[in-house]
Design a protein around this ligand. Structure first.
Ligand SMILES: NC(=O)c1ccc[n+]([C@@H]2O[C@H](COP(=O)([O-])OP(=O)(O)OC[C@H]3O[C@@H](n4cnc5c(N)ncnc54)[C@H](OP(=O)(O)O)[C@@H]3O)[C@@H](O)[C@H]2O)c1
Length: 165
């Protein structure tokens, strides 16, 4: 089993102003994670079994002005994992994309915290463990982010455009 769990949140405005910052985020969050996923997938294919878990994000579900650089990289990673899961469907190899919402970790240390949308790393870890046991392919954590993102993805453009998110 391999768990790919690194990333950088980056700063959206800094990425807009400096394409090197943009590239750094895309490299770390998409290119690097996708390449490692492919390498792990190759090893699992050879072994004929095993599990790859990678942490994407709900941020990849719809491009938003506040974090589209990070979101695009996570969207790319999600599609990559989806393709791998499709490739290994019906085999003993499982590929799982984890999509957390807001998690209280050093990555989010600068953000105001608290409230029902925030989860602990322990909660996310529990959901990852359960996803591995149940051989799921895509898991929102906590579960309610599935509904939140379904709404955000389907908001009509005129309403979405007025939102400061
Ligand atoms: N926290 C959230 O709200 C949240 C939400 C959705 C998804 N995620 C995702 O969850 C995963 C874990 O994030 P976290 O919240 O645990 O963040 P974190 O506390 O900031 O940890 C990120 C980790 O990634 C490592 N890392 C960053 N850039 C790297 C690079 N270029 N090469 C190797 N390692 C690198 C860091 O290593 P160093 O400490 O050595 O720099 C650190 O261990 C990430 O994929 C993140 O995008 C987090």
């Amino acid at each position: 089993m391999a768990i790919i769990a690194y990333g950088i949140l980056g700063d959206q405005e800094a990425a807009q102003a400096d394409v090197e910052r943009l590239e750094q985020g895309l490299r770390t969050n998409f290119l690097s994670a996708a390449v490692w996923s492919e390498l792990v997938a190759g090893a699992l294919a050879k072994a004929g079994r095993g599990t790859l878990v990678a942490i994407a994000s709900v941020a990849g579900d719809r491009g938003r002005r506040s974090n589209y650089a990070y979101g695009a990289a996570k969207a790319g990673l999600s599609v990559f994992l989806e393709g791998l899961a499709h490739r290994f469907a019906g085999t003993a190899v499982t590929v799982i994309a984890i999509k957390p919402g807001f998690v209280d970790t050093p990555m989010t240390a600068h953000l105001p915290k608290g409230g029902p949308l925030w989860a602990t790393p322990d909660k996310v870890a529990e959901d990852i463990e359960s996803a591995i046991r149940r051989r799921r392919t895509v898991v929102y954590t906590p579960w309610f982010w599935w509904g939140v993102m379904a709404i955000i993805r389907n908001l009509p453009r005129p309403i979405f455009d007025r939102m400061k998110i």
